[in-house]
Design a protein around this ligand. Structure first.
Ligand code: MD6
Ligand code: FE
Length: 204
């Protein structure tokens, strides 16, 4: 079932079934072994994020005192990022409605108790491409508003296997994660949640 919450927001609950979610997690484990989760830091202040991150694909999103940017290599190991998991590429083909492949797959890991403050995804050169997000593990309380920080917001619970697409007039909507519902999924033995966001970074 697809539901449209606002223009350009498409929510696909249960997009990945439990077996597909488990298969994607298994590929993700391999990727994280090659490109370990790191703790990003805020530009200027250097304040650490509570979420840990890594990336797959030709480009990865990183943040540190020097700012937000995309780069081809891991900030700690220097290695190129591992490939984007096949199941995630398939989700892009089915959901993005955009005729060029994604270049970055940001992987966020939320331990119970962590959150992501309200932000826009705007470090990409081409906002014609949507951002496609996949959730694995514990349910997250996701908040989404409009293109001004002060616009009213609404909450959606993102459960394991759910896909969310931000495109069109919602491509630059403010959004964030208020909290993780600890123990809501048994997919991750360690608990918590992985979120994958697929992005086109450069103009094709
Ligand atoms: C998360 N998601 O679900 C955070 N960004 O953990 C995002 O920041 C996000 O879900 C752009 C488009 C869709 C998203
Ligand atoms: Fe985002």
């Amino acid at each position: 079932m697809l539901s449209t919450l606002a223009s350009g927001v498409a929510f696909h609950p249960g997009y990945l079934g439990p077996r597909e979610a488990a298969a994607l997690l298994s590929t993700l484990r391999t990727a994280v072994a090659a490109a370990p989760l790191f703790t990003p830091r805020m530009p200027r202040t250097g304040k650490p994020f509570s979420v840990r991150m890594t990336n797959c694909g030709p480009l990865g999103w990183v943040s540190d005192e020097r700012g937000y940017r995309y780069q081809p290599n891991h900030p700690e190991t220097g290695a190129l990022w591992p490939p984007i998991p096949e199941i995630a590429l398939q989700a892009w083909l089915e959901l993005a409605g955009y005729p060029h492949p994604p270049e970055a797959c940001l992987v966020n890991y939320y331990a119970p108790g962590t959150r992501m403050s309200l932000h826009q995804d705007r470090d990409e050169a081409d906002f014609a491409a949507p951002v496609v997000s996949l959730s694995l593990g514990d349910t997250a309380v996701f908040r989404i508003g409009g293109t001004s920080r002060s616009d009213p917001t609404r909450s959606i619970r993102l459960a394991s296997g759910d896909a969310l697409v931000l495109g069109g007039s919602s491509r630059l909507a403010f959004h964030g994660i208020d909290r993780i519902l600890a123990g809501s999924s048994r997919l991750l033995a360690e608990g918590g949640r992985f979120n994958l966001t697929l992005r086109r970074v450069t103009r094709p």
